[in-house]
Design a protein around this ligand. Structure first.
Ligand SMILES: Nc1nc2c(ncn2[C@@H]2O[C@H](COP(=O)(O)OP(=O)(O)O)[C@@H](O)[C@H]2O)c(=O)[nH]1
Ligand SMILES: Nc1ncnc2c1ncn2[C@@H]1O[C@H](COP(=O)(O)OP(=O)(O)O)[C@@H](O)[C@H]1O
Length: 401
């Protein structure tokens, strides 16, 4: 492995790395195999934009890769450490606690798949986060069966536990629907462009409109420490099942097609034409829901309260655990001035400023041995703790305090 030692990386700045004009500005370099990844770029005098260039060592050529995912915003500087030769951990300087750890994936399964599709070099950004996510809950079923009603009941009873994945749609808002709350109402051309840019976990054409779950819609809920609920159709559920998002899949059935029609009509939100289209599609959805093998649970929504109790039971919410209050995992508070090194599966951030040296803990350890997820979503499972290099010694790194 040709990784630059982490303690050297911080010093590989402009014109010291032999890469000439392409590497102008305050950048960091990490070599993996034949490739050197140059990350960073001059923004203005005090900030750095986070660009990526690849130097192919055997040919001496520069490559500008396709960069997927939301890239980190500007910072005061950055350090880089290669992990398992498939991703580079980036520590941003002068960033907020929830924005200082990022991963640039250069050879993960996701990136390899994208390289095949795009036929060129691809890298992908993923923001690092502490803690793990609880399995999201995917709820599907024909229009009018009561999905929205059941989800509202769950969110009302457990507001700190669940968060709703706000989908994008090209359909027009109903009179009580709010943009950004019930849906992100959008135009087809904009949504198609964002789908092309890789911003969506899944999307489908449903009842003549485009619907989709953005990666961000799921991640913001999880960032807030909540369990994400997705109300999506069977096609979307199939795509999520095939993605890296491990979820629980629930299909809601009506007691009969006649009752479904009654509910749709009594809701009074659709035109006659739209109702008929939804009823036609309901037949196919019911067949797929019952036989596709996608769904872990099938619930019949005959009596609303009974169905709600069954839903709570299968989500493990009928006992004492239901009362537990959730809170968002904390970020990582780093001083602007620090250096980074690596020891096995641990990244050591030395916050050795004179003031911090006097404080009790001057080393922050990022344990990266149990990472989960990654691009196109977050990289979760960062374990973070502080030690004192003077009294704990570096041996203390194996003993979280
Ligand atoms: N694939 C997919 N389906 C969605 C998404 N959001 C909503 N849907 C589905 O689109 C269908 C129509 O939703 P909507 O227009 O709100 O009508 P309703 O089901 O009658 O309330 C429903 O089956 C939803 O589950 C999404 O992000 N992706
Ligand atoms: N078990 C039920 N019995 C009778 N009406 C119901 C039941 N569940 C939901 N409804 C009603 O049916 C209509 C459609 O429900 P909604 O939650 O909007 O369905 P969906 O989100 O699946 O399209 C609403 O007017 C709702 O109040």
């Amino acid at each position: 492995m040709g990784e630059a030692p982490a303690f050297v990386v911080d010093n590989l700045l402009q014109n010291q790395d032999g890469f000439g004009s392409k590497s102008k500005g305050c950048k960091t370099t990490t070599t993996i195999g034949d490739k050197t990844f140059v990350i960073g770029g001059e923004n203005d005098e005090s900030t750095l934009s986070v660009e990526v260039q690849i130097f192919d060592n055997p040919t001496g050529n520069w490559v500008t890769p396709i960069v997927l995912g939301t890239k980190p915003n500007t910072c005061k500087g950055l350090s880089a450490v290669s992990l398992n030769d498939d991703r580079i951990l980036i520590v941003k300087k002068g960033s907020t606690p929830d924005d200082c750890i990022w991963f640039l994936e250069v050879d993960t399964q996701f990136v390899r798949g994208q390289k095949k599709i795009q036929g060129t070099d691809v890298v992908a950004w993923s923001k690092g986060a502490r803690g793990y996510a609880e399995k999201p809950v995917v709820i599907s079923g024909p229009s009018g069966v009561g999905k929205g009603t059941l989800i509202s009941m769950l969110m009302k009873e457990f507001p700190s536990m669940f968060g709703f994945s706000v989908s994008h749609t090209t359909r027009a808002p109903r009179c009580m629907e709010k943009d950004g709350v019930h849906y992100h109402f959008t135009e087809r051309s904009i949504m198609e462009k964002e789908i092309k840019d890789g911003k969506f976990l899944e999307y489908a054409s449903v009842h003549g409109n485009l619907y989709g779950t953005s990666i961000e819609a799921v991640e913001v809920v999880t960032d807030a420490g909540k369990r994400c609920i997705l109300d999506i159709d069977v096609q979307g559920a199939r795509s999520v099942k095939a993605s890296s998002l491990e979820a629980i899949f629930i299909f809601i059935c009506p007691p009969s097609m006649e009752e479904l029609e009654t509910r749709l009509r009594s809701r009074g939100t659709e035109t006659e034409e739209q109702i008929l289209k939804r009823l036609r599609n309901a037949k196919t959805e019911m067949e797929q829901g019952n036989s596709s093998g996608i769904f872990d649970h099938i619930l019949y929504n005959d009596n609303l309260n009974e169905c709600y109790e069954s839903l709570k039971k299968l989500l493990g919410l009928d006992g004492a655990a239901a009362a537990t209050q959730r809170s968002a995992p904390q970020g990582i508070d780093l001083p602007a001035d620090h250096s980074v090194s690596k020891m096995d599966n641990k990244i050591i951030i030395n916050c050795g400023t004179p003031e911090l040296k006097k404080a009790s803990k001057n080393l922050i350890v990022l344990d990266v041995s149990s990472l989960k997820g990654g691009a196109p979503g977050r990289t979760r499972g960062l374990d973070v703790y502080a030690i004192d290099s003077f009294s704990d010694g570096l041996n203390g790194i194996n003993q979280p305090s």
